[in-house]
Design a binder for this molecule. Structure first.
Ligand code: ADP
Ligand code: MG
Length: 655
């Protein structure tokens, strides 16, 4: 595609952008009202604004890295504005800045030595400026908003018949899928609150929902096939005898449900919802042994290599007394090892396998796969979940998640699955002490106390890349290193190589690193018992259930765990009140239901909480009514394969 060379394409792919459709679904995170220019004399300190003026002078000051170019502007009533640019000597030779030319500029005015100035404003000749609403994109793969805007616009130019949706006929009043995509990237004059854009956004969400619901329906039909009957639980019970603690009542119930499914003679198709730390791994282990005891293979798929690695380690400790082993297969597995593993899987000498998406790569053949377990299942697309079960005959499926679905929605979203709910924690665990903190002063003291006590801290930032809207991983690492020089601050995020991630996590587990700055990759399952404190920036952008999952990373042993929620300065009053519920409630399902009640329709176009459920645009809380409606009124029109690919969740291709 125009404007995308191989290097940029590779970077985008690492962030999950594989095709034009992915780019088109990278919707603006907000829209900038750029309809009006103000006169220079009306500029106010700190308020970003657009204004215009004639170039009167262009000069360079200073030497070395601080060398700067200053462009002086004057308007018709004699007001002056200085534009300052560092590291930009090329501006001295830019003809568009010759004295006498009129510029349109946008920036934050500040007063310095009695003069009004803007640092690094956006500028262009007045003729090139078109007043209107402008999309602002979240930066991705190190590409800022302006760069993303250019890429997305190139992609819009390529919008062709492939983006025709079979569902378009259902919505004679709404924009078509193509029109909707175009509009959301190039807003009309009415802006994001305007009726047309609202419709476009809704049209797009319905499109995603219909594709999803159709896939679920297909899966449901395929689920009703015969499967082997497994009744002999003796090997699983042998494991129970070696466990250091008895099963909790909740674990016991779920284990019995699984045994009942396995004895039925049809496929198990079960979703296990259980809070973080509720002990889903032991249940999975019992089920794996049940399969193995009947001569079948069991495979457990996890969304990240870090989590897969941890599962392999945990399970091998559990299985050692029984003389059983699991093998690990991820994208990072070396070619020679991989070859041996594949041979072992094909001839049946490997009984149990743990891994990432690698488990469903083209060349993996199973001798006799009988049980597929998908951990953190919401991180996989419906299709991927299913794909693992298609690697054998009548393969039982156990999907697990720590993000529970509100009861009232579970049927609509997972109507095809039997649901198990695991509430409560193993005994001895204290609820995580959770606070919403507005000022960061006291926080540093608390952090120091945790570090002095050999505890570990997670610091969660919302994005990898720097962004005009806030903090990035790198920025925080730099800042926290200065403040806590002895804490061995390290970074963890989804764009690192699997081996790098593992190194960082093992440093965190061993204590070489005691303060880990991370994006939400840690959300999925990482277990470091010494973690005492988790700080979550821009907390208002997450769903309550997701925050609950994040805070489940701490308080994993008997010591008191703490969670500090740092809202951004833009958080609304209602958002802050919503966060307050986190301190009083420690049940994931209750929080998910609360979220549903507190939020709902009326959120702005594009605004969406970060990645709850593996949907691209659908937000389970906000779109609850939409989900229920279309579940009941699912039209008979089948989505095309191209459309299904278009909507596959971003998470599917990452890691
Ligand atoms: P999750 O449900 O989040 O996957 P895990 O399976 O990782 O939770 O379990 C969390 C911790 O609880 C683990 O350290 C595990 O050893 C421990 N655990 C699990 N079941 C029990 C139990 N019945 N009694 C005591 N501790 C348990
Ligand atoms: Mg787990």
């Amino acid at each position: 595609m125009n404007g995308i060379g191989p290097a940029i394409a590779a970077r985008l792919r690492k962030s999950g952008m594989n095709c034009i459709g992915d780019l088109l679904l990278h919707l603006p995170k907000r829209y900038l009202d750029d309809r009006q220019s103000v006169a220079m004399r009306d500029l106010r300190e700190g308020d970003e604004a657009r204004t215009r003026g004639r170039v009167v002078d262009v000069e360079a000051y200073g030497r070395g890295p601080r060398r700067q170019v200053t462009v002086s502007l004057m308007d018709d009533d004699g007001s002056m504005l200085q534009l300052r640019f560092f590291h930009s000597p090329f501006l001295l030779r830019d003809a568009r800045l010759s004295p006498g030319r009129w510029l349109s500029v946008r920036g934050k005015p500040e007063w310095w030595q009695g003069r009004c100035q803007m640092l690094h404003p956006e500028w262009m000749p007045v003729e090139s400026f078109h007043a209107g609403w402008r999309p602002v994109y979240a930066s991705l793969a190190g590409l800022g908003s302006a760069r993303m805007a250019r890429l997305v616009h190139a992609a819009i130019g390529l919008l062709v018949s492939a983006e025709h949706s079979p569902f378009d006929v259902l919505f004679p009043e709404h924009p078509t899928l193509r029109q909707a995509l175009r509009l959301l990237h190039t807003p009309d004059d009415a802006g994001p609150e305007g009726p047309l854009m609202q419709q476009a956004f809704e049209r797009l969400r319905i499109e995603e929902l219909l594709s999803y619901l159709h896939l679920m329906r297909r899966m449901r039909i395929q689920a009703r096939v015969d499967a082997e009957v497994w009744r002999d639980t003796s090997l699983s019970h042998a494991l129970l005898d070696t466990l250091p603690f008895p099963l909790t009542a909740a674990q016991q119930t779920v284990w019995q449900e699984i045994c009942a499914d396995a004895a039925l003679g049809t496929r198990m198709h079960r979703l296990l919802q259980g809070d973080v730390g509720a002990g889903k791994t032991w249940v999975a282990a019992l089920a794996m042994l049940l399969a193995v005891h009947h001569g079948s293979q069991a495979a457990l798929m996890a969304p990240t290599s870090v989590l897969a690695g941890q599962h392999a380690e945990t399970l091998n400790v559990l299985f050692a007394p029984l003389g059983k082993r699991v093998e690990l297969l991820t994208g990072a597995t070396k070619a020679a090892t991989r070859k041996k593993l594949l041979a072992g899987l094909a001839d049946g000498s490997i009984e149990m396998l743990v891994g990432t998406h690698a488990l469903i790569s083209e060349d993996v053949r199973y001798h006799r796969l009988g049980l597929a377990i998908v951990d953190e299942q919401h991180r996989f697309g419906v299709r991927q979940r299913w794909e693992l079960t298609e690697r054998g005959e009548g393969v039982h499926l156990l999907a697990m998640t720590a993000t529970p679905i509100p009861r009232s929605l579970a049927l609509s979203l997972y109507g095809d699955m039997d649901l198990s709910l695991m509430r409560g924690m193993p005994p001895g665990r204290k609820p995580v002490d959770t606070r919403v903190v507005a000022s960061r002063g006291k926080l540093a003291e608390g952090m120091q106390r945790v570090l002095d006590d050999a505890g570990r801290i997670y610091w969660i930032v919302p994005r990898i890349d720097e962004d005009e809207d806030g903090a990035s991983v790198e920025q925080r690492v730099t800042g926290l290193k200065e403040r806590f020089p002895d804490a061995g601050v390290m970074a963890l995020h989804g764009r690192m190589k699997a081996t790098e991630k593992e190194q960082v996590l093992s440093a965190f587990a061993s204590g070489a690193c005691r303060l880990l700055v991370s994006t939400t990759v840690v959300e999925v399952g990482v277990n470091v018992p010494e973690a005492r404190l988790i700080v979550i920036e821009e907390a208002e952008n997450y769903g309550l259930a997701q925050l609950h999952q994040l805070r489940g990373r701490v308080g994993r042993d008997s010591a008191q765990g703490y969670c500090v929620l740092l809202p951004s300065s833009e958080a609304s009053k209602t958002a802050l009140q919503r966060l307050q519920h986190m301190s009083g409630c420690h049940d994931g399902l209750e929080l998910a239901e609360l979220d549903l009640k507190l939020r709902g329709a009326g959120d702005a176009v594009g605004a969406r909480q970060s990645g709850d459920m593996g949907f691209r645009l659908i937000d389970v809380s906000r779109d609850a009514a939409l989900i229920r409606y279309w579940h009941e009124h699912l039209p008979d029109i089948e989505p095309t394969e191209a459309m299904l690919r278009f909507w596959r969740p971003l998470a599917e291709s990452v890691d």
